[in-house]
Design a protein around this ligand. Structure first.
Ligand code: SAH
Ligand code: SF4
Ligand code: F3S
Length: 433
């Protein structure tokens, strides 16, 4: 009889893909099947995120709950970025945890489940060429890792300490995985890396130096593949060649994530982001000139140490000029083992909160303006999800979430949809073709 796996995934898309790898390895090699009922699970895993303080604090309260709910003999494992940075400390604080598996050690999952109190968190471990078994949550969209780790040293960020140095996955492995997912029904692939457009700088073995633009070209030659998305590109590496290819390649979705972090050149310097406010605005201008329909999303951190009111106004200025289509905004959260952890010019908590609300209010205003012209517009939607009330939903090329009346026959299909109602998180439309 198969054993039951309960797995909770926090954090970014890379963690979601790691969870798919974990599920694949455990089901193929150890005969596990997933369950959503924690009390029947033989193995309970939490795939953690460390990027801000809050989710880390939540981990220990959640582990306590798991320990109460689990059946006799069930094991608990902590995986992911918090596993990498806290390591054995997790078992000290929660002694009922059976093993700890870092974000860079996913391929060892079938080993650690058999070793009591195993702690595998080596961030120099290289699994860039490991052939994981295949499991995908969605048959319609395939998430594919193109690199592991991150070589940047943004002063606020813990990721290089949890995922180690950047290594690109050889392009033939990526191409093979993309072809296989297309054969299995995916018309869209989503390439993942902390810094995708730095692709090709370092491989673990001897390898042809293929850069990200060339990788995109090679992937777009796959028959049956219709859409390519990726995250995250770094504004510093958005060279002309990349923007040109993005604009002219019809298979690349016209939605770009451009993580700004701050609009102030001074703060960007303190963050070690490697670009200025002017560079960012110039890249946006170039992108929009070549690709006017592009939608642009971003990440913004407010109240980084030393961020003055003037610096903050620079961020608002960039928002007003660019008019992002989506913003993920965060209050700066000091992280262990980062440079900024030691910065002393901390911004007051109430100022930080006010700045975050100001960003969010301005964003809502910009989005409402953008949404107000959507009625009657027609978008090509790739349907991926069945919603409860006889609706299916999917995304436009520009990454807008759109739902329409329909059944599961529409999943994995493209349709033209005319927008009939506007909502802040999702648009509603009717299928016209
Ligand atoms: N590699 C991606 C970022 C991954 S982390 C990139 O460079 O864009 C996702 C986002 O979390 C970051 O873009 C940043 O906005 C936010 N973030 C990272 N560290 C943070 C911290 N210490 N405090 C607040 N937000 C943080
Ligand atoms: Fe963190 Fe910077 Fe790397 Fe992104 S590029 S993961 S923000 S260090
Ligand atoms: Fe992702 Fe969180 Fe790790 S954002 S890379 S899971 S710290």
């Amino acid at each position: 009889m198969s054993k039951k796996l309960y797995i909770e995934t926090l954090g970014c898309a890379m963690n979601s893909r790691d969870s798919e790898h974990i599920i694949a390895e455990l089901s193929e090699k150890e005969n596990y099947k997933t369950t959503t009922d924690i009390s029947e699970a033989d193995l309970i895993l939490i795939n953690t995120c460390s990027v801000r303080e809050k989710p880390v604090a939540k981990l220990f309260s959640e582990l306590g709950i798991f320990n109460k709910k689990k059946k006799d003999g069930a094991k608990i494992g902590v995986c992911g970025c918090t596993a990498s940075h806290l390591g054995a400390e997790i078992i000290k604080r929660a002694p009922y945890v059976n093993f700890v598996l870092g974000a860079r050690n996913v391929s060892k999952i079938t080993d650690v489940i058999h070793r009591e109190r195993a702690v595998e968190v080596d961030i120099n471990y290289d699994e860039s060429e490991f052939a994981f078994d295949d499991f995908r949550t969605s048959p319609y969209k395939a998430f594919i890792n193109i690199s592991i780790g991150c070589d940047k040293s943004c002063t606020y960020c813990i990721v290089p300490k949890t995922r180690g140095e950047e290594i690109s996955i050889p392009d033939e492995l990526i191409l093979r995985e993309a072809k296989r997912s297309v054969e299995n029904g995916a018309k869209e692939i989503f390439l993942l890396g902390q810094n995708v457009n730095n692709y090709g700088r370092r491989f673990s073995g001897e390898h042809e130096k293929v850069n990200f633009t060339e990788l995109l070209r090679r992937l777009s030659a796959i028959d049956g593949l219709e859409r390519i998305r990726f995250t995250s590109p770094h504004p510093f590496h958005m060279d002309d060649e990349f923007i040109d290819e993005f604009a002219k390649n019809p298979k690349i979705c016209k939605s770009m994530h451009m993580p700004l972090q701050s609009g102030s050149t001074k703060v960007l310097k303190d963050m070690k982001r490697g670009y200025t406010k002017e560079w960012f605005l110039e890249r946006v201008e170039k992108l929009r000139a070549l690709c006017p329909e592009v939608s642009i999303s971003t990440d913004i951190i407010v109240a980084f140490p030393g961020e003055s009111n003037e610096d903050f106004l620079d961020t608002l200025d960039v928002m007003n000029r660019v008019k992002f289509d989506q913003i993920f905004s965060f209050k700066y959260s000091p992280r262990p083992e980062t440079e900024a952890e030691h910065f002393t010019n901390v911004v007051d908590e109430d100022v930080a909160s006010l700045r975050l609300t100001t960003i969010q209010d301005l964003n809502t205003k910009i989005l409402d303006e953008k949404n107000s012209v959507q009625l009657g517009k027609i978008y090509r939607v790739y349907f991926e999800d069945l919603n409860s009330d006889y609706f299916v939903s999917g995304r436009s090329d520009g990454n807008m979430l759109i739902k329409a009346k329909g059944s599961d026959e529409l999943l994995g299909q493209f349709r033209d949809v005319e927008i009939t109602a506007i909502g802040r998180t999702i648009l509603t439309g009717k299928i016209i073709d």
